[in-house]
Design a protein around this ligand. Structure first.
Ligand code: BGC
Length: 754
C-alpha cells in the first residue's frame, strides 16, 4: 500500500506497507501479529488436532548432528543417523524442523537417503513432514559436486539481476533434488562496513542494489520450475556493528534503520519471501531476538510479513548466556516468543519445547500466541507442497546433463563479476605470446576462490572441493599454455621474508613479460573472519614491493571477501583486478579476463577505502569530503578493454516535474574501442537542499547493456519521482520538492521537482 499525503506543506509518501485486515484483539496476541494471512482449512484442521506438546515441538528446529551417531553434538564419520535419537526427536520432542549438514557436503544420493529416513520418522511420529533447512548461499553449499557460483558480493558486481535469478533457480533444483525445500538465503544485510567478516555475504553497500538483487534471488528460489522457500537474513541491523566484528553491538538510529537497512527486506517481503532469519546481534542495546518492535511491529505490522520468523543459531539461549538480558533460559524463551519468534534454531539441546510448554501452562505465554506461530509454520509446509507429499516422494535426481546445464549461470556470473580496477600502460590484456609469472597465496587455492560456506561452513577443507574445478594458476595454464606460465608457490598466508626472496629470485630467473600476484584472504565466515586491521597483510604488501623491484610489470588479482586497503603499494601496481569470491568457475573467468578472451564488465558494488580508517560509502554526506571523498576505487568502478563513454544525458519530461511523475531519462553511450562491451549505466540523484542532510549521490536507476564495438546507443532509464525521498525527522518517508541533480558518469543536469 502507498499512502500519499501532504504534511506541513511537504509531500509525504509512505512506501512498502502492506494493507492489513485487523482482527478483534485476542488474548496474548496483538493486532499487529494478527495482521497476517488466513491459514487454509487444512492447516486449521491440523492445528485443531494438535496438543500443546505437538505445537511447541513444531516450533523447534534441531541440527543434523544431534540426530547422528556421535558424542557432544558432533556426528561421527561416516555420518549416519542414530535411530534412537531420531525416534525420540520426533516422538518425544515432536520437532518441526531440522537444519544443516553435520559438518560437510554430501553427494545428492546421500542427502536423499538421510532426509528420507528423517521424513519417515517425522511422518510416523507426528503425521506431519519435517521442514529441512540449509545454507545454500552461492549454489548448493553442502551438495558435493553441485556448481558453486559467486558469493553474493561478487554477484552484485555483475549488476545483472536476471542472471542472479537464474542462478537461484538452479540452486533450488540442486537442493530440492536432495530433499531440501528451505534455503537460508539471501543475505539482505546492507554491506556498509568492509571490516565486518560477513561483508562478502552481502550484495554490497547500496540499499537499492541489495534490494533488487535480493528480490531476484527470492524470485529465483520461489518462482522457478522448482520451488524452495527463501529466507531473508539477518533481519535487521546486523551488518554495521560498531567494532566491525561479528555479533557485536550496532547502534542504528531508527531513521537510518528505515532509510538504509529496512528497504531491502521490505522489497523482498513484497516479492513474497516465505521466511526471515533474525539478526544474532544487538541494536541500540536490545538483542534483536528480544526486540518486539523489530520482530512484530515492523515486520508484521508495517511490512505485512506473514511467513515464518526463525532465530539464528542458538540465539534464544544466547539472550541469557551472551547478551545477559534474561536470567534464565526459560525467561529467554519467553522474551523471544513474545517478541515475535516462530521457530527456534535451538539447535543442540532438548530444553526449548519443554520450557515453552511450561511457559504456556503457567500462563506466561497465551496458547493463542503459540497457535499463531504453528499456523505460520504449517502454512510454510503447505506452501512448499510438503503436506501433499506427506514427506515421502522426493523429486527425481538431476541427470548428468541437467546438472551440467546448471553450471552455465554460475560460470557466466563468475565471468561477469570480475572487475578491472586499474590498467596502466595497457598491461592487460596479456598477449597470448607472453610469458607469465604467477605467485601469491591465493593463486593455487580453489578454497580461496569460493570462500566460506563451500563444502563446509568455513570453506577451508579441500577434501570437500568439487571435483574438476580449477584454481587460478591451473586455469591460467589452460589459457596461456603450460610452458608460458611460471608458478612460484606460496603455500600459506604466513609466508615470510625468505619466501618473498625466493619468489623474487624465481621471477628474475624466468624474466617474464608480466607478473601476476594473487593476493587477498583465505576463507572464513562469521567470528572467524574478524580482523584487527582492514589493511592488506604486511607480507602481501612486501611481496608486491619485492616483485616491483624486479622491474617486471605487476598485476594484483585480489581474491577476497572485502576490500583490504593497500594504498602503500598501489602505485607499484600496473594492473588491479578484483576477483571477489567468485566460486568454482572463478579460475577460468580470471584467466579469460587477464588474457582478454573475455572483456571485463564487473563494477564495484562498494567503495574501496584508501586507508583503513577513512572508509565512507559513496552516498556519504557533503561534510565527509576529506579522505573519504577519495576512495581507492569508487562505488561503481570497473574498466573494460573497450571503453564506453557517456556522451549525453537528457531528461525528456517537458515542463514542470511534479511528484508522482516518472523521470524519463536518456543516456547516450559511445563505445570507443574495438570490442563489444557490457556497460552498466548508473544514474545518481542529488537532492540539493533537504531537511535531513542530503547524500552527495544516491543510486536511483541502473541498466546493464551491451554496446557493440565502435557503436553508439541510447539507453532509456526511468526513475519515479516518488523514489527521490528519504526518511524524515518524523520517521515518515518524505519527498521534498526543490532542485535535484542527476548524474551519469561525468554528465550532469538539474531539474526542479514541484
Ligand atoms: C549463521 C546463519 C546461518 C545459520 C545456519 C548461523 O551461524 O549466522 O547465517 O543461516 O548459522 O547455518
Amino acid at each position: 500500500m502507498r499512502r500519499d499525503s501532504v504534511v506541513g506543506g511537504l509531500l509525504v509518501l509512505v512506501c512498502g506497507l502492506q494493507a492489513c485486515q485487523m482482527d478483534a484483539p485476542q488474548e496474548g496476541v496483538s493486532d499487529a501479529e494478527l495482521c497476517t494471512f488466513r491459514a487454509s482449512a487444512r492447516v486449521e484442521q491440523i492445528l485443531a488436532g494438535m496438543t500443546l506438546e505437538d505445537k511447541v515441538g513444531e516450533m523447534t528446529q534441531m541440527t543434523l548432528d544431534v540426530l547422528c551417531v556421535g558424542e557432544n553434538h558432533k556426528a561421527e564419520e561416516p555420518h549416519r543417523i542414530d535411530s534412537v535419537r531420531l525416534d525420540s526427536a520426533f516422538a518425544i520432542s515432536k520437532i518441526g524442523s531440522v537444519l544443516n549438514s553435520a559438518g560437510h557436503s554430501y553427494p545428492t544420493e546421500q542427502w536423499r537417503a538421510l532426509i528420507g529416513e528423517i521424513q519417515a520418522a517425522s511422518m510416523e511420529a507426528k503425521g506431519i513432514p519435517t521442514l529441512y533447512g540449509i545454507d545454500a548461499i552461492h549454489g548448493a553449499t553442502y551438495t558435493y559436486g553441485a556448481a558453486l557460483g559467486p558469493q553474493q558480493l561478487a554477484l552484485a558486481a555483475t549488476w545483472d539481476t536476471a542472471l542472479v535469478r537464474v542462478m537461484a533457480e538452479g540452486t533450488a533444483k540442486e537442493i530440492v533434488a536432495c530433499g531440501i525445500p528451505w534455503n537460508f538465503a539471501p543475505v539482505l544485510d546492507v554491506g556498509r562496513d568492509p571490516r565486518w567478516p560477513r561483508f562478502w555475504e552481502t550484495f554490497g553497500e547500496d540499499p537499492k542494489l541489495v534490494g533488487d538483487m535480493g528480490e531476484a534471488m527470492v524470485r529465483g528460489f520461489q518462482e522457478g520450475e522448482v520451488k524452495v522457500a527463501a529466507t531473508l537474513k539477518h533481519y535487521l541491523g546486523y551488518s554495521t556493528p560498531w567494532s566491525g566484528k561479528d555479533r557485536t553491538p550496532a547502534y542504528i538510529p531508527e531513521r537510518q534503520l528505515r532509510d538504509i537497512f529496512l528497504p531491502p527486506f521490505a522489497q523482498a517481503v513484497r516479492a513474497g519471501a516465505l521466511s526471515v532469519m533474525v539478526n544474532s546481534g544487538e541494536m541500540n542495546g536490545i538483542p534483536t531476538h528480544a526486540n518486539r518492535f523489530v520482530l512484530t511491529d515492523l515486520l508484521r505490522g508495517e511490512l505485512g510479513f506473514d511467513g515464518v520468523a526463525v532465530t539464528d543459531w542458538e540465539d534464544i539461549r544466547y539472550l541469557k548466556s551472551r547478551h545477559k538480558v534474561a536470567a534464565t533460559h526459560k525467561d529467554a524463551i519467553r522474551m523471544a516468543i513474545l517478541a515475535g519468534i516462530d521457530m527456534s534454531m535451538v539447535p543442540q539441546d532438548w530444553e526449548f519445547p519443554v520450557l515453552l510448554k511450561e511457559l504456556v501452562e503457567e500462563g506466561a505465554i497465551a496458547e493463542a500466541r503459540i497457535d499463531l506461530s504453528v499456523r505460520r509454520i504449517l502454512t510454510l509446509k503447505e506452501r512448499l507442497g510438503l503436506l501433499d507429499q506427506g514427506g515421502e516422494a522426493l523429486p527425481a535426481m538431476l541427470t548428468d546433463s541437467e546438472r551440467l546445464a546448471l553450471e552455465a549461470a554460475p560460470a557466466q556470473a563468475a565471468m561477469e563479476c570480475i572487475t578491472l580496477l586499474k590498467n596502466e600502460h595497457d598491461v592487460l590484456p596479456i598477449a597470448s605470446s607472453a610469458n607469465v609469472f604467477v605467485s601469491g597465496p591465493t593463486a593455487n587455492s580453489l578454497n580461496a576462490l569460493n570462500g566460506g560456506w563451500s563444502g563446509t561452513w568455513q570453506g577451508k577443507n579441500p577434501k570437500y572441493n568439487n571435483p574438476g574445478r580449477k584454481t587460478a594458476v591451473e586455469a591460467l595454464r589452460d589459457e596461456f599454455g603450460r610452458s608460458r606460465v611460471q608458478f612460484e608457490e606460496l603455500e600459506s598466508m604466513d609466508f615470510n621474508d625468505q619466501d618473498i626472496r625466493r619468489v623474487a629470485s624465481a621471477l628474475r630467473r624466468s624474466r617474464p613479460d608480466v607478473a601476476l600476484l594473487f593476493l587477498g584472504e583465505m576463507p572464513y565466515t562469521e567470528f572467524m573472519g574478524n580482523i584487527g586491521d582492514l589493511r592488506l597483510a604486511d607480507n602481501q604488501l612486501d611481496l608486491v614491493r619485492a616483485v616491483r623491484e624486479t622491474g617486471t610489470p605487476v598485476v594484483a588479482v585480489f581474491v577476497e571477501g572485502r576490500p583490504r586497503t593497500f594504498s602503500q603499494v598501489e602505485s607499484d601496481l600496473d594492473g588491479v583486478v578484483m576477483a571477489y569470491l567468485a566460486g568454482d568457475f572463478a579460475g577460468p573467468a580470471i584467466a579469460k579476463v587477464l588474457s582478454g578472451s573475455h572483456n571485463p564488465s564487473g563494477k564495484l558494488p562498494f567503495s574501496w577505502p584508501r586507508e583503513a580508517s577513512s572508509h565512507t560509502t559513496y552516498d556519504r554526506k557533503h561534510t565527509e569530503k576529506h579522505y573519504s571523498a577519495r576512495p581507492q576505487y569508487a562505488f561503481g568502478s570497473g574498466l573494460s578493454y573497450s571503453p564506453v563513454q557517456t556522451t549525453a544525458l537528457r531528461l525528456l519530461n517537458e515542463g514542470n516535474v511534479v511528484l508522482g511523475d516518472t523521470l524519463r531519462i536518456e543516456v547516450d553511450l559511445a563505445n570507443t574501442g574495438d570490442r563489444p562491451t557490457n556497460e552498466v549505466v548508473m544514474a545518481f540523484v542529488q537532492d540539493r537542499v533537504a531537511s535531513i542532510t542530503p547524500s552527495v549521490d544516491k543510486l536511483k536507476a541502473y541498466k546493464r547493456v551491451l554496446v557493440d564495438a565502435g557503436a553508439t546507443m541510447t539507453v532509456p532509464l526511468r526513475v519515479p519521482t516518488a523514489e527521490l525521498g528519504f526518511i524524515g525527522t518524523d520517521l515518515d518517508y518524505v519527498v521534498e520538492p526543490g532542485t535535484f541533480g542527476l548524474r551519469v558518469q561525468q554528465q550532469t543536469l538539474e531539474f526542479e521537482l514541484n
